[in-house]
Design a binder for this molecule. Structure first.
Ligand SMILES: [Zn+2]
Ligand SMILES: [Zn+2]
Length: 370
């Protein structure tokens, strides 16, 4: 018999799944064995090729009905969003420059500070206290140093206005040169999904290599060192960076996808908002339930030379996440589907009688379980 308790689930009340430790590990895409080896990379590639190949066959076979159903699904809500978009055009005119430059700046600003200040409120007040249990680096920024915070807020505002606006203007003229969707009609639902996937992949490539370049010893001390002043980051440090780095390593990777695809400005607003929410979460210092894991980028701030990317695909390919994979943080690098804090589900020092297998915490099998 196995012992009762510990990390394993017990008989459940209706809401038990919210509070019990994970019964099933939802692996982050980069999960795997603790230390990567060439064989692991080959097996990962084979699995990826198998998944992409099978999905392509299924997609081709079902393309027509899939397209029909997506369009059908989009139908009613698509009319709703088109109606809202028409209202915006009616109110603000339909000057593409205004929408691309000022619209994108305002959308970014509102998303960044609405979410960023919520996190900052928690950091400054320690309220609600329960969130302390979700901190990735407990005991840090409790509370945040006031002058450090003010400096961060001022620099972020500088970047958003004096780097963000000229950069958006440059993007507008590049989009004009390339040819882009300037119509009053919103793109279809499935086209938006396809464009978002391209944007995510382009951002991974753009951010990984530009970020790694800024870690070169010739560039690091002049530019990127500033972003790494925060060894334990908070949400609004996401774009606390040297202006040149902000343009080349924060904004450029985000705009690669829209430039490649000639995206509609509404898709650009949606994508920029999602990219900002992702980086705010990655820097927040909190690993919250049902949120994508911020462990990898937090580990980057802690150790400096690990986990340069967003998704982690290129870190795996280049082996720049080996120490992360060998660390305890990697066992927590998954989306938590229960309210148990990751540090409690996967503690640094296991309670007596517990063992970790894969990413799961189990009771040590006792003599009588044989
Ligand atoms: Zn960072
Ligand atoms: Zn860095």
């Amino acid at each position: 018999m196995m012992k009762e308790g510990g990390c394993r689930p017990r008989a459940a009340s209706p809401l038990k799944w919210l509070t019990q430790r994970p019964t099933r590990v939802t692996r982050a895409w980069c999960s795997g064995p603790a230390s990567p080896a060439p064989a692991d990379l080959w097996s990962t590639l084979k699995k990826a090729l198998f998944i992409i190949g099978s999905s392509t066959i299924v997609f081709v076979a079902l393309r027509n009905s899939l397209t029909y159903h997506l369009q059908h699904f989009w139908g009613a809500s698509g009319d709703f969003w088109q109606h809202q978009w028409d209202k915006i055009l009616h109110t603000y005119g339909d000057n593409p420059f205004t929408f691309m430059v000022y619209g994108t700046t305002i959308v970014s600003y509102v998303v960044y500070w609405t979410v960023g200040l919520l996190y900052t409120f928690v950091d400054m007040t320690g309220y609600p206290a329960i969130l302390k249990r979700y901190k990735i680096q407990p005991g840090t920024n409790e509370p945040v140093e006031t002058w450090k915070l003010i400096k961060c807020i001022l620099w972020v505002n500088f970047n958003q206005i004096f780097v963000g606006v000229p950069f958006s203007m440059a993007c507008f003229y590049l989009l004009r040169l390339r040819g882009w969707d300037e119509s009053r009609q919103l793109p279809t639902f499935h086209w938006v999904i396809i464009e978002l996937i391209i944007c995510i992949l382009m951002e991974e490539i753009g951010f990984y290599y530009s970020h790694r370049l800024f870690h070169h010893r010739m560039l690091y001390k002049h530019f990127h060192k500033m972003h790494h002043e925060w060894q334990s980051p908070i949400s609004i440090t996401a774009i606390y960076a040297h202006p040149l780095e902000h343009a080349l390593s924060n904004m450029m990777p985000v705009f690669l996808g829209p430039l490649l695809m000639g995206s509609h400005v509404a898709t650009i607003w949606l994508w920029v908002s999602l990219a900002l929410l992702s980086t705010l979460n990655a820097h927040s210092g909190y690993h919250l339930p049902f949120f994508p894991s911020p462990e990898a980028h937090d580990f980057h701030h802690l150790k400096f030379n690990q986990c340069y990317g967003v998704l982690g695909v290129l870190d795996l390919l280049h082996g720049t996440d080996d120490k992360f994979r060998a660390s305890k943080c990697f066992s927590r690098h998954l989306m938590m589907l229960s309210l148990v804090p990751p540090r409690e589900a996967y503690p640094d020092v296991l309670p007596k009688g517990k063992v970790i297998r894969g990413k799961q915490c189990y009771d040590q099998p006792s003599e009588d379980s044989q």
